[in-house]
Design a protein around this ligand. Structure first.
Ligand code: CAA
Ligand code: FAD
Length: 379
């Protein structure tokens, strides 16, 4: 593994850092308070190439590696985790899955628009009664020859309302259990498809999380991704890469809070000296920086393995498990270093602390990551 970033990777990192500072930071507190989706900012992210970073240029993507992607995710997550979850879902769940497993026709019709942000994508696996236990799909896709009839409800869908292209996982043949599941591309506006209520969340409040309802939605067979029964493997394989995205989001949230706490500790005075001159605060900063570096190594290792086309399932789960844990620790300490100022919105760290929690829940909870890691260790 090469620890030296290339010129191109450094350029991506700087571009993402500038974009986060100039376009995401202004208004991030208001968007969080008002639960406002960063529509204009996401549009610009598409124009800058942040929504289809790893997609082949022939489908309008950036043709970049996963290391570049995690560098950009980290920088954007330092400032606005609501924008970065939209970016993560579009890049690593929707674009990646379509490019890897979609037909040429699907790539022309959908991927090209998703890679530029002209259309936003959503990945719809979770249901009211099927979260961690993802094989227990209740949504059905009845095979009707040249089309499927889709019925059911999906829960907690990121980009739920702002998306226009949805990858929906559904059960076609219950007798075949997870081998009877399909992944279908559903477009907003298809008759019978309704976007449900928006969730009022603890964190990532700018991200629009919705339930989705499908009643007798007619989906052409041409919209199925992969062979009949491939849907669950599609979801699991896609989520392996998605977990690298969420790990880099957690890393960015932690690094953003740390940078704020470091700067604050050098300014704020107590007992005649700056906070940074008190050893208790120095030790907190040392622990925070060490955890962030360890998380970054795990994230980059997973990204590097993926780029090398080596098995990265365990590495991605480890990166997500660890980065999401240290995001809790580091953001909590960042609030502590800010004292009372850390508890109010103006100083950003309370938002980062609230945003950090979701990284232990979505794309497989902490417990599910441990299940994935231990299964890999024992197989
Ligand atoms: N990669 C590839 N294939 C995998 C896999 C992985 N990581 N994990 C399981 N599979 C395959 C298995 O090989 C098996 O296929 P075969 O029978 O063909 O070999 C099939 O999936 C079923 O596997 P299991 O028998 O192990 O299934 P299980 O029911 O015991 O549990 C699980 C599997 C790992 C717990 C899985 O259900 C899981 O990952 N759950 C978490 C779901 C999740 O991450 N949801 C995220 C939703 S998206 C999201 O959250 C987006 C967002 O927030 C922004
Ligand atoms: P449950 O599965 O009911 O789990 C509850 C608790 O039990 C957890 O702590 C879990 O780890 C634990 N648990 C469950 N089974 C076991 C076990 N076998 N052993 C030990 N512990 C276990 N889903 C999508 O498909 N697409 C999205 O875009 C998306 N975005 C989301 C955005 C937000 C803001 C949120 C909150 C969720 C999102 N999700 C999305 C859903 C998310 O992936 C699920 O919430 C997550 O997988 C957990 O499922 P659950 O909520 O049903 O919890």
């Amino acid at each position: 593994m090469n620890f030296q970033l290339t010129e191109e990777q450094l350029a991506v990192q700087h571009a993402a850092r500038d974009f986060a500072k100039n376009d995401l930071l202004p208004g991030v507190i208001e968007r969080d308070t008002e639960q406002k989706f960063p529509k204009e900012q996401i549009k610009k992210m598409g124009e800058l190439g942040f929504l289809g970073m790893m997609v082949d240029p022939k489908y309008n993507g950036g043709g970049m590696d996963t290391i570049s992607y995690v560098l950009a995710m980290e920088e954007i997550s330092k400032v606005d985790a609501s924008a970065s979850v939209c970016m993560s879902v579009n890049n690593s769940l929707v674009c990646w899955g379509l490019e890897k497993f979609g037909t040429e026709e699907q790539k022309e019709k959908y991927l090209k628009r998703l890679a530029t942000g002209e259309a936003i994508g959503a990945f719809c696996l979770s249901e009211p009664e099927a979260g961690s236990d993802a094989t227990s799909q209740r949504t059905t896709a009845e095979d009707k020859g040249d089309h499927y009839i889709l019925n059911g409800t999906k829960n907690w869908i990121t980009n739920g309302n702002s998306a226009s292209i949805y990858i929906v996982i559904a059960q076609t043949d219950i007798a075949k259990k997870h081998k009877g599941i399909n992944a279908l591309i559903v477009e907003k506006g298809m008759p019978g498809f309704v976007v449900g209520k928006k969730e009022d969340k603890m964190g990532i409040r700018g991200s629009d999380t919705h339930s989705l309802m499908f009643t007798d939605v007619k989906v052409p067979k041409a919209n199925r991704i992969g062979d009949d029964g491939f849907g669950f493997t599609f979801a699991m394989t896609t989520l392996n890469g998605g977990r690298i995205g969420i790990a880099s989001q957690a890393l960015g949230i932690a690094a953003g809070a740390y940078e704020l706490a470091l700067a604050y500790s050098k300014e704020r005075k107590a007992f005649g000296k700056t906070l940074s001159e008190h050893q208790a605060i120095q030790f907190k900063l040392a622990d925070m920086a060490t955890k962030i570096d360890a998380a970054r190594l795990l994230v980059h290792q997973a990204a590097w393995l993926k780029d090398q086309k080596k098995d990265f399932v365990k590495a991605a789960a480890m990166a997500k498990l660890y980065a999401s844990q240290i995001a809790q620790d580091v953001t909590t300490e960042a609030v502590q270093i800010h004292g009372g100022y850390g508890y109010v919105k103006e100083f950003h760290v309370e938002r980062l602390m609230r945003d950090a929690k979701i990284t232990q829940i979505y794309e497989g909870t902490t417990e599910i990551q441990k299940m994935v890691i231990s299964r890999e260790l024992l197989k």
